[in-house]
Each structure stands twice: as structure tokens, then as C-alpha cells.
Unconditional design. Structure first.
Lengths: 764, 161
């Protein structure tokens, strides 16, 4: 588990996030010297030894020369004289559990008792925390090393303080449960007792502080309940939507039904005469709101209504009538796109993305060739908390309260939108009621700032209605894969050909999250492969949706590989293991890529736990799928029954995952269970369609997210290998849909090649 | 002037409040009780679930004028004023149910109402009673577990087991 200095950006994340990941990885790999610490905080050597200041309150305390005996070890750790240990969670929390997991890493090396820990959301500050964002399941892998050292440095200083106080060597001291002990003399002191003395000591070199061996962990790997759970179960304010600023107005922002249309005129006088309405106005489009660019100034054209309550704003919005100029609006039709994709697949002309070996010969010599066209739908993120943001434009500065996944990008976007310097943009990070990639975009932030500015500097909370949230999203793009595979006489997969048909905004490159890596499994393990691509022009906004790329590609690849196994007459588990071959990373010496041995381990484990091969009654079947994404290896087996009316019941899903050592077992298990249910929900019955540029779904009645009575039991097993720990918000999702689709095949003989399953006549 | 009884406290609403306003928005914007959440506004998701005279109702579907002088309980009103949590709230924390947590107030209100009328529900009874509440994060396995946990706590407290 040494620091890994190489970083391979995820090919399915937008360039914007890849850049953030690379910057964060580079910062994490840079030696964290004492000199760098001092430089960062502007504290000269000697004298005051507190290396980092934290937040305005702490800085104020420091300015007064003392911090009331609080030991401020670094941006992540403060120890108060009363024994409270305040740990700062740097990244946005949107349900993925990082507000609990990241401080646990610090607490482990600090040897803090979790009962003494109070977690606070850290301020958004690039200088103190580096990149702060929630995307790509990277919070744990990118911060693991820094957070361990943050805890270890604080611990070392508390130990040094005790050694000095007792006149004993540091080597004779042990720490446990927020206490330093000297075994020989029986002396002990709590961290709170030592806080004031520790604050006076020089900062040790973070690079040379001792770190624990995994066998010494007391906290990591245990089940720890979420740090905000008490507030959640008692209904305390936490989320973006809960923000109240004295004197604020409640705003709605109405965009065109046809994506990209511009507001020309509206019945503003009538709207302004309605109950509680304070103002209403049209805002012009700025930048390119169709493009997924979280750090760019962009605003859709629309009509803002400001009122004294959310309800009055909603009611006025219902009475709003707008004349839209649709000359540059989207005319997209999903029905037409499906027809065009089929024609393109039949025609077969495409751009080459990648090629290995000789796939034509492999296909010619094959004992079995398998061919199919797979289709998947556009889907919406549908965060349960509709998009919202509170902003207060104050002329020479802006203050923002937002549940965003990319707070630093939001600051960049607002600076660009207003022309203010970044230092004049303050963003308060709030908890997000779901993210799934939707809150990577900062469109609601730009709207709130633009409305507050235009309204003359009143604080404004922009609240999207559910209908706004569903009609304007950066959707998971639909796509099409025309596949052909060769299986030789021994039943081995020898050739793989994929003609991928996707969408484009610029006519040159695929839309955000609509690309296919030419190295995508199994092209990276099969001797002969050819990957080609065709583009369909589109104006529908797209962006990353939980496990971008992978969430759709896994369904295609893992379903089609099952078709190949069936054609070869081979057991699916055995066929997949055979494709994996010798245990190895597919890029030599790189621990951040698919490792066929780790893959084989989880495939075997999932199969074993599910009782693979057992006899099942008529109409019932087991299905398997594996996928590697976001540094996680996951295999899943679903047990499904289907009745004569094609009603599907998923009884249980067994999951085996290798994400290295587990940080918070409770959080990790919860993420995996949720990912499987999300994967099933989305594959089963969710679909965004559009005609004449208008999205046709507007609320949950037409976008039926899975409910508890249809949710399978999900049994989770972690391999806990010695590889570096990785994130788990995403990688368990991709295998769910193909495992269930393969189980439906096992139960019925019906091969599902189109998502959602309802398109093929199945229902729940 | 409208009068509301929420969590045992009496509130008088200003004349600026439209009597047709759904209870949800009066709770959130007028009374500052933001624990009750907006998810869909059309009675599909139940993030806005509250108790009306002990029965679960979707507060986005109830005009405030129709519930004056009735007993309204929100998520903020479940725990004792001294801070002691109910069995359901304790079970939710022990089982670490929430992911994003946005739907959980509504889930807890539904679960509390279920246990009040059926102290020991089966999984099927839980599913039937909780099917109105969407959880986008998919915490359904843990919701079932936490309801069983709460049922056991209540049984123990009442000396039934």
C-alpha cells in the first residue's frame, strides 16, 4: 500500500474531471515537506508552531496570537483542551459517505477514539485542501496518503508533548483511544490534556512520521454510522434546500421545453401581479449551457420569478406564459436516433478507434460467430433533492450556499460569469440530497448568482421543481453497440468486433460520457479485436452519471459475452475465467488497471456464495456479470424468476468486490447495496426520451424509480486485498444490469438486448 | 388567520400565506421546519411524509387550510424534547440506513406509523407499508432491517420479549 505516483485518468470521465484527478494525484504524490507546509501557510519557521490555520474562526484565534489552547495540527485535525477532536472532511457529501470515511482515515493514524471525534465540513480552500470534489469514486484513493499523514503528524506531536512533560523517551510511549500512555510508570494523559503543549512543538516531517501497518488498525474496516445521521433522523437543516438567509427571496427559473430555445417575451406583468411575487424577468443565454462544463460561465435562457415563498414562486411559474425562439433549439428525436443507429449498424461504415491482431481471420476461422445489436436509453440522475442553490450577489463579492459536487469549479464558473476575482466568490458547501454525477454541473449555481445580481443584490434561493430537474439534466447518453465475436472450436473467445454508435455535439467527438475506450474489456485481453465508432449529431445535454461509460458498456459487454458462452456451450463462470487467463494487470506493473487475477477472485467468490450451478425450478435462473471500473473489481450473481406474463422478480443478488482494504464497512456495504438496486431500477424501467427537442418525462409517475417492494436482498462480500484502497460509490453498479439480464435469459431463454427491460415486454 | 398545531406547539399563520398552500411549504418556509422534504410535489415520492392525527400523509398534497386545528407531527417532533430519540430513530442510526439521507425523514415517518399499528411486521408487511416512499440511493435492505430493529426495541421496552 505504498503511495502510487502513477495516475491513469478514467477514460469515461470528462476532460474537466480528468484534469482535477491528475492535479489531485500529482499533489498527493508530491513529498509533503516541512518547508512546503510552511510555504503554504506563510508561517515562518520557529515561534508559533501551528502550521495551518483552519477557517475564519481559527484564523481569528491565531491572529490574536493564541487559539485558546486548541492544538491545530494541520487542516484536518484540531484537538481541544476538553478532549474533543475536530476532524475536517474536505470533500462534498452527496450520499457516498466520504464525510464519515475520510475522517476515519485520519482518526486511525491519530489513534483517536471515534467517540471523541466531531466531524466538520471543511471550507472550500484550494491552498489548504487541494482539489475538493466528489466524482469518480476518487475521494479515498486520492486522499488516503495525505489523510493518514495528517493523523500521524498530529499523533506524533501529542506523543512528543507527553515525552517532554514526563521526561521520558518517545519510544516508550503508546497511544490508544485519544490517550498517550507510559507503560513503565503507569502515567497517562488524554489528547485534550496535551493539546496546549502539543501546539508549542515543532512540526515533524510528514514524510517520515511512522504510519500504521494494516494489522494495527483499530477503526478502519469497522462499521461506523454516518456522522450526520443524528441530524438526518431528527430533521435538522443540512441540505442545500434547507438553507435560509435572512431576507432572501425564493426563485424559480423556467427554461424552454425545447432544449436550447430562447425566451423572447413573457407575461411578466401578469406574473408580477400574482400573490407574493416580488419580481420577474428574462435572462439571456450565456456561454454554452448544453455542454457539460462545470467550471465555465453558462446560463440557459429563461424566465426568473422571485417570490416571498417557494409555493408562491411555483404558483407564479405555473401561470407563466413564454414566447420561445426555437430557431436554434434542439429538434432531437429518440425514435429517429434509434432508426438512424440501426441504419448505421447495417451499413457498417465507421471510424476506426483501435485494432489488435487480425479479427477478420479470427471470424473466418471461428467455430461459432455471434452477432447482435445492443441498445441502451438516455437516463436522468433524478437526485431526490431537486437542484437548488442560494446566492447573494453583493456588488463586489458573491456568497453562495450550494450542494455541489464540484465547489471549486463552481467558484471558477461564478467568477467567469460575474467578472469578479475568484477571491471574491465564497462558497459554503452543503450536503447534497443525492448526486450520482448531476451535481458535478453547476448550472443551478450560475442561475442563482445571475438572478441575485439582476434582482439588485437580494439573496435568492433558486429552487427547481421536479419537472425542471427531469427536463433539464446532463443525461446519461443512450448508445448502440453492433457486436460480432469469434469463438473457436475449443470454445475460446478469439475475436471481438464492436461498431459503437454514439452522439456528438460538435460533429467530431462523442458527447460527454458517450465515448468508448478502444481498450475496453475484453478488447484488452482478446488477441484479435477491432473497435469502430459512428457519430449521430445531437443537441441533448449529456454528462457523467454514476459509473459513467461503464454503467452502459457493462450491460452490453457482459450480456454479449454470455451469448458467446451459450454459443460455445460453455458454463458462463468457466468461460469468463478462461477469458481472464493468467493473473496479471492488463497494463504491466500498473496497479490501477484491470487485474485478471483480482477479477477471477471476485467471479469465483460471487459464484460460490450464490451456489452457482445449483438446480432451480422452471422459470427461475441465475445470471453472472463482472466489471472493472473506478479501480474496483466487482462480480455479481442475480437470482431471478419470471412468470408467464413476463413479470420479473429479482430475489437476491450476491456481490463480490475487491476495492482493497475497507475504510468503513457499513458505508461500503451500503454503497454496494444501493448500487445494485440503482442498477436494477435503471435497467428495468427508467428511460428519458425526447421528441422535437423536448424531454417527455417530467416526474416520477413517468420515471418509476424502484420501490422497496421490488428491491432484492443484496448480499455483499469484500475480498479486502492488499492493493491500495479505492472508492466504492460507483464500481458495484455496472454489473447489476447484465447479471439480472443474464438471469432472465437463464430463466426464460429470452435475450435482452435493449434497455430498459420494459422495452422487451418485461415488467415488475 | 390560520392556526396550526405542529409538534404540540400552536402557530398562527400570517395573512400573506395562501390558504391553498400545501402543508409542506408552510412547514418549510413559514415555520422553518425544514426536516420535511420536497421531492416531487405530486404525491409520488413521500419525502414530505408527516403525521396527521397519527396517520401518515404526504404534506405536499394537503392544503394547509384543511388541517388547521388538527394534530400535525413532523420529523422534528418525534424525539423527546430532552433529545431522547424514538426506537425508530435509534434503529436508523444503529443500522446506518441513510446514504444521502434526503428521503429518510419521510421513511421514518412512514415506519413510525407502521409500527404504531403493527408492532411486529413481516418483510412483506414492511414492503407494503413502505412502498410509497422512494429512496433514490436504494437503502431498502437497511430500511427493512431498521424496522425489525425498531420493532425489537419497542417490544423490549414494553416487556413483550
Amino acid at each position: 500500500m505504498r503511495r502510487d505516483e502513477r495516475f491513469t485518468p478514467d477514460p469515461y470521465l470528462p476532460e474537466f474531471l480528468q484534469k482535477m484527478h491528475s492535479a489531485a494525484a500529482a499533489a498527493a504524490a508530491r513529498p509533503l515537506t516541512r518547508r512546503a507546509f510552511m510555504k503554504l501557510t506563510g508561517v515562518a519557521g520557529g515561534g508559533l508552531v501551528i502550521a495551518f490555520a483552519m477557517g475564519p474562526a481559527a484564523r481569528e484565534a491565531l491572529a490574536q496570537g493564541r487559539s485558546n489552547g486548541v492544538f491545530i495540527a494541520n487542516p484536518y485535525v484540531q484537538v481541544r483542551p476538553d478532549g474533543t477532536i475536530v476532524l475536517f472532511a474536505k470533500n462534498p457529501e452527496v450520499g457516498q459517505g466520504v464525510k464519515t470515511a475520510l475522517p476515519m482515515i485520519v482518526a486511525e493514524e491519530l489513534d483517536a477514539s471515534w467517540d471523541d471525534v466531531q466531524v466538520q465540513q471543511a471550507e472550500i480552500n484550494l491552498a489548504l485542501y487541494g482539489q475538493q470534489f466528489a466524482g469518480g469514486s476518487t475521494s479515498v484513493p486520492l486522499n488516503w496518503d495525505t489523510l493518514r499523514r495528517a493523523g500521524a503528524v498530529a499523533r506524533a506531536m501529542l506523543v512528543a508533548a507527553a515525552a517532554r512533560k514526563w521526561g521520558v523517551p518517545e519510544s516508550e510511549l503508546v497511544t490508544e483511544a485519544s490517550t498517550v500512555r507510559h507503560e513503565a510508570s503507569g502515567r497517562r494523559a488524554t489528547y485534550g490534556d496535551l493539546a496546549e503543549a502539543a501546539a508549542e512543538l515543532p512540526l515533524p516531517d510528514p514524510e517520515s512520521v511512522p504510519l500504521k501497518d494494516r494489522s494495527q488498525y483499530r477503526l478502519l474496516g469497522k462499521r461506523i454510522t454516518g456522522v450526520d445521521n443524528r441530524k438526518i433522523v431528527t430533521g435538522q437543516p443540512l441540505f442545500g434546500i434547507d438553507q435560509i438567509v435572512p431576507g432572501m427571496l425564493y426563485a424559480t427559473y423556467t427554461k424552454a421545453p425545447a432544449i436550447g430555445a430562447r425566451a423572447v417575451a413573457a407575461n411578466l406583468d401578469h406574473v408580477k401581479s400574482l400573490r407574493g411575487v416580488k419580481d420577474a424577468f428574462i435572462l439571456e443565454q450565456q456561454g454554452d449551457p448544453i455542454a457539460f462544463k462545470p467550471d465555465a460561465a453558462a446560463l440557459s435562457s429563461g424566465v426568473a420569478i422571485l417570490a416571498d415563498s417557494t409555493w408562491n414562486a411555483f404558483q407564479a411559474k405555473r401561470a407563466l406564459q413564454v414566447t420561445w425562439d426555437e430557431s436554434e433549439a434542439s429538434k432531437d428525436s429518440w425514435t429517429a436516433a434509434v432508426a438512424e443507429a440501426k441504419a448505421l449498424a447495417e451499413k457498417g461504415e465507421a471510424t476506426l478507434l483501435g485494432e489488435t491482431g487480425d479479427v477478420d481471420t479470427a471470424l473466418r476461422r471461428a467455430a461459432h460467430t455471434v452477432e447482435a445489436l445492443y441498445t441502451y436509453q438516455y437516463v436522468s440522475h433524478a437526485d431526490l433533492e431537486p437542484q437548488n442553490c442560494t446566492a447573494w450577489f453583493k456588488g463586489d463579492s458573491v456568497e453562495i450556499w450550494a450542494p455541489t459536487q464540484t465547489p471549486q469549479a463552481a467558484v471558477d464558473a461564478v467568477a467567469a460569469l460575474t467578472g469578479l476575482p475568484k477571491e471574491k466568490v465564497t462558497l459554503h458547501q452543503l450536503r447534497g440530497g443525492g448526486g450520482f454525477g448531476r451535481r458535478l454541473a453547476n448550472d443551478s449555481v450560475c442561475e442563482a448568482v445571475a438572478i441575485s445580481r439582476r434582482a439588485g443584490g437580494v439573496p435568492v434561493k433558486v429552487q427547481w421543481m421536479r419537472e425542471d430537474d427531469m427536463a433539464f439534466d446532463y443525461y446519461r447518453p443512450g448508445g448502440f453497440h453492433s457486436l460480432k465475436a469469434a469463438v473457436d472450436a475449443s470454445g475460446k473467445l478469439t475475436g471481438w468486433q464492436n461498431h459503437f454508435i454514439t452522439f456528438t455535439h460538435d460533429g467530431q467527438t462523442p458527447v460527454s460520457a458517450g465515448n468508448l475506450s478502444p481498450q475496453e474489456f475484453p478488447a484488452n485481453v482478446v488477441p484479435n479485436s477491432r473497435i469502430r465508432q459512428s457519430l449521430i449529431p445531437s443537441r441533448i445535454p449529456t454528462g457523467p452519471w454514476r459509473a459513467p461509460g461503464s454503467n452502459a458498456i457493462a450491460f452490453v459487454v457482459q450480456s454479449f459475452l454470455h451469448e458467446c458462452a451459450v454459443a460455445a456451450g460453455r458454463d458462463h463462470v468457466e468461460f469468463l475465467l478462461d477469458i481472464m487467463g493468467e493473473p496479471r494487470p492488463v497494463v504491466p506493473d500498473n496497479p490501477r488497471v484491470l487485474h485478471t487475477g483480482r477479477a477471477a477472485n471476485v467471479i469465483r467468490l460471487a459464484a460460490e456464495k450464490a451456489g452457482w450451478g445449483r438446480k432451480l425450478p422452471e422459470g427461475r435462473g441465475l445470471g453472472l456479470a463482472f466489471h472493472f471500473s473506478h479501480l474496483g473489481h466487482f462480480a455479481e450473481v442475480a437470482e431471478v424468476s419470471v412468470d408467464a406474463s413476463k413479470r420479473v422478480t429479482v430475489h437476491k443478488v450476491w456481490v463480490a468486490g475487491d476495492i482493497g482494504p475497507i475504510v468503513n464497512l457499513s458505508g461500503a456495504e451500503n454503497q454496494v447495496q444501493g448500487s445494485v438496486i440503482d442498477g436494477f431500477s435503471t435497467a428495468m424501467g427508467l428511460e428519458i426520451t425526447f421528441e422535437n427537442g423536448r424531454v417527455q418525462q417530467s416526474n416520477f409517475d413517468k420515471y418509476p424509480i424502484l420501490r422497496i417492494d421490488k428491491a432484492p436482498e443484496v448480499e455483499v462480500h469484500f475480498v479486502e486485498s492488499e492493493y491500495p484502497p479505492t472508492g466504492v460509490g460507483e464500481p458495484a453498479l455496472p454489473p447489476a444490469a447484465p447479471a439480472i439480464a443474464n438471469a432472465i435469459y437463464a430463466a426464460t431463454g429470452h435475450r435482452i438486448r435493449t434497455l430498459p427491460f420494459t422495452k422487451e415486454g418485461f415488467r415488475i | 388567520m390560520l392556526r396550526l398545531n405542529v409538534n404540540g406547539r400552536s402557530y398562527e399563520l400570517g395573512d400573506d400565506v395562501d390558504p391553498k398552500t400545501p402543508l409542506l411549504w408552510v412547514l418549510r418556509d413559514s415555520l422553518g421546519l425544514v426536516g420535511t422534504k420536497y421531492g416531487c410535489g405530486v404525491g409520488q415520492c413521500s419525502a414530505c411524509m408527516v403525521h396527521l392525527n397519527g396517520f401518515p400523509v404526504q404534506s405536499c398534497q394537503v392544503p394547509v387550510e384543511s388541517v388547521t386545528e388538527q394534530r400535525i407531527t413532523t420529523i422534528e417532533g418525534l424525539a423527546d424534547p430532552d433529545g431522547e430519540l424514538t426506537a425508530v430513530q435509534q434503529a436508523w442510526i444503529e443500522e446506518d440506513v441513510p446514504q444521502c439521507g434526503y428521503c429518510q425523514a419521510g421513511q421514518i415517518m412512514s415506519a413510525t406509523a407502521l409500527l404504531a399499528r403493527n408492532p411486529n411486521p413481516t418483510d412483506a408487511e414492511i414492503d407494503a407499508a413502505m412502498a410509497a416512499n422512494l429512496c433514490r440511493c436504494g437503502t431498502y435492505n437497511r430500511i427493512r432491517k431498521a424496522i425489525h430493529n425498531a420493532a425489537a426495541r419497542l417490544a423490549k421496552a414494553e416487556g413483550r420479549s
